[in-house]
Design a protein around this ligand. Structure first.
Ligand SMILES: Nc1ncnc2c1ncn2[C@@H]1O[C@H](COP(=O)(O)OP(=O)(O)OP(=O)(O)O)[C@@H](O)[C@H]1O
Length: 258
């Protein structure tokens, strides 16, 4: 396995609450890696530290061999990590196409001056950005809604749009926070195919998901968090039978030193 992302001894506190305690994990290039655990286990907090929304109180992330900047979301995206959110965060009043174009702008070189005077280079970049955004809408299966405002899309399509926007930043790692939440069985099955396609196209996937069937059927490996501690890691079929994991899901409480 060639390592793409390493979490090294990540700690995160909120006041007296230890949301993450010494969490370490290693994700290989090309893996679909699941992060699971009961409500409040610390999964989204780990995403927030990874994506630069929060600074950790201890530890660091190493991406492609280099330490990731702490608490600088735009630099993390520029390094090649994109994420989606548990509570969808789209530009609700913009069209689907415009939402994806906004994601792509981090990879374009247009200067503010160029945008203001609309010089030839800027116009060409804009054309390519539009073309690429349309391709991505097609890739996630919602190109027919290109000119529809994000707020008018169904929940499942908004989730797909978030994925398209994240892909527009040209990530090497895509972190998905509960992408199947609110989806029906058909939409979830389509989502599974989409994530498999994303991996085939060379993007590593980190996935938080409560849909156990989806996680077990999709992930190469999973890590389980419980009260901020990593209590298990491995292939899904083995993790599923781990006693600590079963206890955590049955509400056994935290048996770990904080
Ligand atoms: N900004 C914050 N301020 C204070 N406490 C927070 C903050 N963010 C998360 N927490 C707390 O940290 C703990 C971990 O929360 P987190 O959202 O990471 O869990 P989770 O595993 O993603 O849960 P869920 O599956 O319900 O989304 C919880 O006790 C939560 O209340």
């Amino acid at each position: 396995m060639i390592t793409l992302l390493e979490a090294r001894h990540i700690d995160k506190r909120f006041g007296g609450l230890k949301a993450l305690s010494d969490v370490s994990l290693t994700i290989g290039k090309g893996e679909i890696y699941g992060l699971i655990g009961p409500n409040g286990a610390g999964k989204t907090t780990l995403f927030n530290v990874l994506s630069g929304a929060y600074a950790p109180d201890g530890g660091e992330f190493v991406f492609n061999g280099a330490a990731l900047p702490s608490a600088k979301p735009h630099l993390v995206v520029a390094q090649g990590i994109a994420r989606t959110f548990q509570n969808i965060r789209l530009f609700r009043e913009l069209t689907a196409l415009e939402n994806v174009m906004a994601g792509h702008h981090i990879r374009t070189k247009a200067s503010v001056f160029g945008i203001l005077v609309q010089n030839k280079r800027t116009r060409e970049e804009e054309r390519l950005t539009t073309e690429r955004a349309y391709e991505l809408l097609k890739y996630v299966g919602i190109e027919r809604f290109a000119t529809v405002t994000a707020k008018s899309l169904s929940y499942g399509d908004q989730r797909r749009l978030e994925i398209a926007r994240a892909l527009a930043t040209e990530p090497r790692l895509l972190a998905l926070d509960e992408p199947a939440a609110g989806m029906n069985a058909t939409e979830t099955a389509q989502l599974k195919l989409l994530i498999e396609q994303i991996r085939r196209d060379g993007i590593t996937v980190l996935l938080i998901e409560h849909d156990v069937k989806l996680v077990m059927g999709l992930c190469d490996r999973v890590a389980v968090l419980d009260f901020g501690c990593k209590i298990a890691e491995g292939i899904p079929s083995v993790v599923q039978t781990d006693e600590a994991v079963i206890n955590a899901y049955l509400g056994g409480g935290c048996r770990y030193e904080h």
